[in-house]
Design a protein around this ligand. Sequence first.
Ligand SMILES: CC(C)(COP(=O)(O)OP(=O)(O)OC[C@H]1O[C@@H](n2cnc3c(N)ncnc32)[C@H](O)[C@@H]1OP(=O)(O)O)[C@@H](O)C(=O)NCCC(=O)NCCS
Length: 252
Amino acid sequence: MSLVPFVFGHGPWARDWRDRVPAMRDCDDAAFVDVLAPSSPAFFHLLLAGNARAFGGMAIPAWVQLDCATLPSAMVGFAQRARDVDPALRADLCRRAGLAAVDDDALVPLAEFCALSTPQPGHVVGFSLFSLLPGLGLRAKALGLYVQQATTQTGITQIDNGALRTHCRFGPLVVQQVGVQVHSKPGTTLIYTLTSPAPSTLSALADGSLTRVDHALPTERIPREALRAGDVLVDVDARDAVVAQRPSGPPA
Ligand SMILES: CC(C)(COP(=O)(O)OP(=O)(O)OC[C@H]1O[C@@H](n2cnc3c(N)ncnc32)[C@H](O)[C@@H]1OP(=O)(O)O)[C@@H](O)C(=O)NCCC(=O)NCCS
């Protein structure tokens, strides 16, 4: 599998991020895709299509991908040349993107992570993550945190989302809130903060040579639904959450 890491944005930082992409065993040189270049609409719409496919139809509006992701930050991930993409997947993404076809050489994004910087240096807020090939979700998030030189990441997800397993591979997640009234999924939304792994660890995760960060915390299992603010989440399975350092006393 030959992958092409990409940085999709516009600001000068996005080119710097492309230059920071480490050499990876199964990857060609990283590509910088300028969201405002006349040649970029196909990539833009294929990325929206990949996101919609991964989320089961719930697509990011195009203006959100431009105004809230690729202009203020950049989307970072892995693509393949169209000729290397599974033909059924290629056809489906083209259909969803409203494209009759793409050239064999065109880049087709298959996994993507986007985080927005906060005024606190190194602290980013994860905004978007998807993967169409198992294993690329972890790698895209690791690559994004690596090139952005993140030290802390706040994330928003749902307690019943399989993505929690991916996030837990980066280290303990400190649960900030479970049930977020102002979210469109108020009952199940969870906000966590993660101390980003060291750059060398992120680079190994991005490369796929490491698949999780180990920890040595004593743990207990609880049903996922019992998660609460203050819990330190280290893993999940289909039913349970594995937490460490559960705070004593009543829920916050
Ligand atoms: C959540 C999501 C990004 C995870 O992506 P992913 O690529 O499947 O995630 P990971 O990189 O963690 O890999 C997942 C599994 O693939 C396995 N895997 C790794 N490399 C693999 C390979 N080459 N072949 C097959 N499986 C592989 C991993 O071991 C892991 O399996 P496990 O959980 O049973 O141990 C993806 O499912 C998705 O796009 N979901 C919809 C959108 C969404 O919910 N986004 C998150 C919002 S917070």
